[in-house]
Design a protein around this ligand. Structure first.
Ligand SMILES: *Cc1c(COP(=O)(O)O)cnc(C)c1O
Length: 400
């Protein structure tokens, strides 16, 4: 059986990550090829005319038909249990193209308050410039979502679990609300990936991804995608990418294909390491609270168990000593990377109040739970003992 015959319904996620989507060329290559070509050639003027008009399927121009990018799209769609994926140049481009495709001036979005910082700016500032208004609500509060919906609401947009406090929304409940009001639900599945959460199965209409994070998994390339079964919406989104141009490069698509091959394996290892580190941190005297939905102490632990196949690898850690303590722990590390990226095999640490959430006012920070003593740790795949030792240096000094 050749790989192009692989039926997503019949195979497990680990297998799909390795084999789905690759349609071998006549060269009979085993690994997926990279096609660094901007255009494609035809045998005749008539064939060119048929390909350009779409009368005959086939490659035209790599802004919208590149075989390596399409292999990535088919593989990611298989992993999310979706009919179609559209790749984009970044996670932000995935959200932008979704909005450009599905909204017009006068429409409204309801979105969760605890979103990735650039997503807030994109919705509030840039969509706002074109007459699309966004109302922000508390992520976990379904009643708040419903109250914010008006007749003009076309999209509900949520990121679950949230960053860095690991709050969740009940996706099935939110999908039901969206559909009752004739709106679409879009879920940013960056933190879980399809290995841990499949929002489409829970009723979401579209999933957006920053491939930059766990899909790549090794911090190498920027990319994104929109995935779903809503063919009309995806055809519109494809049209935006085709016309406006925020497309994925074939080199990056190839890197993401290699990343997807180990997605299931990596996510299991990330989750195991994160749970061990969360339990260890909870027992540290300098730590007052650990935010992680894998802990029994998390208020939405039961929802996380029901909705996700794992709890992810991003932890919020609250220290008793406020900002000086948080900075001391960061500055005492020698191995862990002080950087804003996450979803990497390398463990990263940040102080949200002065970095990722630094532009928020004090009131906005307080409302979002971003306290001066909060650290965010995105747990990587180094030996857990080495991660603990790197954090213990600062934590032990604080406890003394
Ligand atoms: C990083 C991130 C994005 C944006 O993705 P880019 O690839 O950086 O454009 C969107 N949503 C979430 C949750 C993210 O973490």
């Amino acid at each position: 059986m050749s790989e192009q015959d692989l039926d997503p319904e019949e195979f497990a996620l680990d297998t799909l990550g390795i084999r789905a989507g690759h349609q071998r060329t006549f060269e009979q290559e085993h690994a997926e090829p990279i096609f660094p070509t901007s255009s494609f050639v035809y045998a005749s003027a008539a064939e060119a005319a048929r390909k350009f008009s779409g009368e005959e399927p086939g490659n035209v121009y790599s802004r919208f038909t590149n075989p390596t990018v399409q292999t990535f799209e088919r593989r990611l769609a298989a992993l999310e249990g979706a009919k179609r994926a559209v790749a984009t140049s970044s996670g932000m481009a995935a959200i932008l193209c979704t909005g450009l495709a599905l909204l017009e001036a006068g429409d409204e979005i309801v979105a969760s308050r605890s979103l990735f910082g650039s997503s807030v700016s994109l919705l509030a500032k840039y969509f706002g410039k074109f007459g699309v208004t966004t109302r922000f609500v508390e992520l976990s509060d379904l009643d708040a979502w419903e109250s914010a919906i008006s007749e003009k609401t076309k999209l509900l947009f949520a990121e679950t679990p949230s960053n860095p406090l690991s709050e969740l929304v009940d996706i099935a409940g939110l999908a039901e609300i969206a559909h009752r009001h004739g709106a679409r639900l879009v879920i940013d599945n960056c933190f879980c990936t399809p290995a841990l959460q499949r929002p489409l199965e829970l009723g979401a209409d579209l999933v957006v991804h920053s491939a930059t994070k766990y899909l790549d998994g090794q911090g190498r390339a920027i990319g994104g995608a929109v995935v779903g079964n809503d063919e009309q919406a995806l055809e519109e989104i494809f049209g935006v990418v085709r016309t406006c141009g925020p497309c994925m490069s074939p080199f990056n698509a190839w890197i993401f294909l290699k990343g997807l091959e180990t997605l299931g394996l990596r996510m299991r290892a990330h989750c195991d390491a994160a749970l061990r580190l969360a339990r260890w941190l909870e027992a540290q005297p300098a730590v007052t609270r650990v935010y992680y939905s894998g802990l029994e102490s998390h208020p939405q632990h039961e929802l996380a168990k029901r909705q996700q196949r794992g709890f992810g690898a991003v932890l919020g850690v609250e220290l008793a000593g406020g900002q000086p303590a948080a900075w001391q722990v960061i500055d005492s590390t020698r191995m862990i990377s002080i950087t804003g990226n996450l979803g990497d095999v390398k463990t990263t640490i940040t102080h949200p109040a002065t970095t990722t959430h630094g532009k928020l006012s004090d009131e906005q920070k307080a409302a979002a739970g971003i306290t001066p003593g909060l650290l965010r740790i995105a747990v990587g795949l180094e030996a857990i003992e080495d991660i603990q030792r790197d954090l213990a240096r600062g934590l032990d000094a604080l406890a003394r």
